[in-house]
Design a protein around this ligand. Structure first.
Ligand code: ADP
Length: 268
């Protein structure tokens, strides 16, 4: 479909209407394709662990019937695969719930420094399992903003989890909350708060960065999955930040680390 083929004569107004209609259809088609891709990807992501579970059921009924050691091992794998399916379904449901609320700005006011401290503490054991420690830097005084505490908590959890997953083993994750520097060109020109999660991982090649928030986009497909990611974490982050009329900024330097910053407006 080429919008250029639309004749602008006769009457310009008709041409204008036709032009609008055609570009609407183009957008509809792009949205339809994205939906179809999403359903295909989600189905594929679910089918892989399901196929594994079905395969092991057959093995348990057949070849491993009288082998308790193999049974224990296979049940462990099946439990992991079932857990992977559960996490994927949770994330899919979470994403669609966020999309529904995306056009309603959050109503509550949240102390972001306190929220970050609570999330860091709650995530501590999970992060420690991966050998990571969190260094918290909270600006003095209360840094409050209009926000949905549950959703911003999820943003912090997803970013911290990624920092532990993809960061350097035994490395430090720096989590900070501070008022946005006024006059910094990268932020909108009004009062805001910046949440930042920085890791010491291998970093992300520049060309991947704009695509990281796409659903199921992974830099290393196999690794992302085996490490336990659903491929939806950053898509969820992006939608939550959009709902808050905020900005997500991803910076990474290969060999040094990655920093994920979320700017949120300090006032509605
Ligand atoms: P996943 O569940 O795969 O982690 P995400 O949407 O959270 O999905 O992240 C998408 C991809 O972005 C990951 O698979 C990984 O390749 C990359 N990524 C995310 N966070 C980091 C990070 N802190 N360091 C390096 N790569 C990252």
């Amino acid at each position: 479909l080429t919008v250029h083929a639309v004749p602008l004569e006769p009457p310009l107004s008709d041409g204008g209407r036709l032009l609008l209609l055609l570009s609407d259809r183009t957008r509809d088609r792009a949205v339809e394709r994205m939906r179809a891709d999403f359903v295909a990807n989600a189905s594929h992501e679910l089918r892989t662990p399901l196929a594994s579970v079905i395969g092991f059921i057959d093995t348990l009924r057949g070849p491993a019937k009288d082998d308790p050691e193999a049974q224990a091992r296979f049940l462990g794998i099946m439990a992991d695969q079932a857990d992977r399916m559960r996490r994927l379904i949770d994330d899919l449901l979470g994403l669609s719930r966020i999309e529904i609320t995306e056009h309603q700005p959050p109503t509550g006011r949240v102390d972001l420094a306190a929220l970050a401290a609570a999330e860091a503490e709650a995530m501590g054991p999970i992060l420690a399992q991966r050998g990571a420690t969190v260094a918290l830097a909270l600006a003095p005084g209360t840094v409050a903003a209009p926000a949905d505490a549950g959703q911003i908590g999820q943003v912090l959890r997803n970013l911290l989890e990624n920092a532990a997953r993809y960061g350097r083993e035994g490395g430090t994750i720096r989590l900070s909350v501070a008022p946005a520097e006024t006059g910094a060109t990268r932020w909108p020109g009004r009062a805001g708060v910046v949440l930042s999660v920085a890791d010491e991982g291998p970093g992300i090649a520049r060309h991947h960065i704009p695509r990281l928030t796409e659903r199921f986009y992974r830099v290393d497909r196999g690794r992302g999955r085996s490490i336990g990611g659903t491929g939806l974490g950053l898509a969820i982050v992006k939608h939550i930040v959009n709902r808050h009329r905020g900005v997500l900024l991803i910076e990474s330097e290969e060999g040094v680390g990655s920093t994920f910053r979320v700017w949120l407006p300090a006032e509605n």
